[in-house]
Write a new protein. Structure first.
Length: 469
């Protein structure tokens, strides 16, 4: 067949000093139209990857400042994107992908010698980014990581002027953002639609409970579980004791406040329409503490669980004074605490549970002991100095404190300790700390959808590395 269009000439009209970028002038001819000169920006090919942490159910996106679109976006906060980077000379796409993922997110994706491919990586598609003005192709991939995937700091190459921030997004929020067309990055849009279809075909993963076996410290040690829930607290059921992070006055947040204290107060009371008709938990807390009294920071008192007994099978609540108010010179009140105080809150809550168990134990087994407890990530919602109260540091402090409790109390009747991690960074850091803490080994969920949704799990010890604390 005769050609209808063809390239009759090409010349480079500009090239940068590094020879990575150039502008070519292309002469294109056609049987049906006069010749035209076409300008093409040549920058080589690139790779990109949508990364999902299968333990935290987070999509690992990145955010970085992009000067060409900053004025159009009207923001200097940066564009949310997938991991991406240019393929260097004499480099294969998978080599580039491995390098870029490690540089930007810190995750080290090993090559699988059996397949000669990157582990847990599969291609989505290869496409032209802007075929009317450039020949650049983007090799787009999907990657799965988990808590056992080696990881370093990431953040991009500072010497190249990169300032890349990890922006994890929970799968539920990611799906909603894709459906509402909230992303501007083509790589996310293409890969996100591909992932939506993949999830539709595979079925939903309803796992919200993530557990780790605590290795016995001696032959007489009892089996223990340390874990976290990645969901709203209202979805947590069958945990004997919930812990509420309280202020010194033990005044819980109002029902309309977006806090854990407010959720516990509402779930434990009787709601009529939009009104908390029976304030069971706050009333019980006031009676227990006494009017006008305060609970010294770090101390714990217990109350009934109110309607949580019926709704979530919660048998008892512990209220820990984790913060106190400080009046500043200008008269404003500031909520304050410290990392050592938050660590002590975990220790004291577990000790209080042990004390309650000893009291019930004296009743000759008439009342079953409290076997499980749910702890908040103390300090996660206070007015804090970001340099001190980062989510990572809180997790690196509180989780080892729970592990250490069982070393000191080998006869404790507590069998399962959970932390509540709802925000993406909380989930990511809980998973990271637990995955790397030497005494812990992950409990893998069974593969069937029924067992995923019911929380049934089977134990499979995993290779461990030292905790990065």
């Amino acid at each position: 067949m005769d050609k209808q269009h063809w390239i009759s000439g090409r010349k480079t009209v500009w090239e940068d000093a590094s020879k990575k970028f150039r502008i070519d002038e292309i002469k294109a001819e056609s049987r049906t139209a006069p010749p035209i000169d076409w300008i093409s920006y040549e920058r080589g090919d690139s790779v990109a990857a949508l990364i999902v942490n299968t333990d935290t159910d987070n999509v690992l996106l990145v955010r970085q400042f992009r000067p060409p679109i900053a004025e159009m976006e009207g923001s200097t906060e940066g564009l949310t994107e997938t991991v991406a980077g240019m393929i260097r000379q004499n480099e294969e796409p998978l080599q580039t992908l491995q390098r870029e993922v490690e540089e930007e997110t810190g995750y080290v994706i090993p090559f699988d010698p059996k397949t000669s491919r990157l582990k847990d990586t599969e291609p989505i598609c290869t496409y032209y980014s802007s075929p009317g003005g450039s020949s650049e192709r983007i090799y787009l991939y999907y990657i799965e990581v988990d808590g056992n995937t080696p990881k370093n700091s990431g953040g991009g190459k500072r010497e190249d002027g990169e300032d890349i921030r990890l922006a994890p997004m929970h799968i539920d929020k990611f799906r909603a953002a894709i459906s509402r067309c909230e992303f501007s990055d083509a790589k996310i849009i293409i890969a996100g639609q591909w992932l939506m279809k993949r999830w539709e075909n595979r079925g939903a993963n309803g796992r919200i409970k993530h557990e780790f076996n605590l290795m016995p410290t001696n032959e007489n040690s009892k089996p223990r579980i340390i874990g976290y829930y990645s969901t709203d607290i209202g979805n947590v059921k069958d945990v004997d004791i919930w812990v509420n992070s309280s202020n010194a006055e033990c005044l819980m947040d109002t029902a309309y406040h977006p806090s854990l204290s407010a959720r516990i107060r509402t779930l434990g009371g009787r709601v009529s329409g939009d009104v908390l008709a029976e304030d069971v938990i706050q009333d019980a807390l006031t009676r227990r503490l006494g009017i006008g009294k305060i609970l010294d920071i770090g101390n714990v008192i217990d109350t009934q669980s109110g309607y949580l007994k019926r709704r979530n099978n919660v048998r008892r609540l512990l209220h820990v004074s984790s913060v106190k108010a400080r009046i500043e010179p200008d008269g404003t009140a500031r909520t304050v605490t410290s990392i050592p105080v938050l660590e002590q809150c975990v220790v004291n809550a577990l000790q209080k549970c042990d004390q309650l168990n000893k009291q019930w134990y004296r009743l000759a087994g008439l009342v079953p002991p409290y076997r499980s407890i749910l702890l908040p990530l103390f300090g996660g919602g206070i007015d804090r100095d970001p340099s001190e109260f980062k989510t990572k540091r809180i997790c690196e402090t509180l989780i080892p404190a729970a592990v250490e409790h069982f070393k000191k109390q080998p006869d404790s009747l507590i069998e399962r300790v959970y932390f509540l991690a709802y925000q993406p960074l909380e989930i990511e850091n809980c998973n990271s700390v637990m995955s790397r803490l030497d005494p812990l080994s992950r409990v893998r969920a069974a593969s069937s959808p029924e067992s995923m949704n019911s929380g049934v799990a089977t134990s499979q010890p995993q290779t461990k590395v030292a905790a990065r604390t």
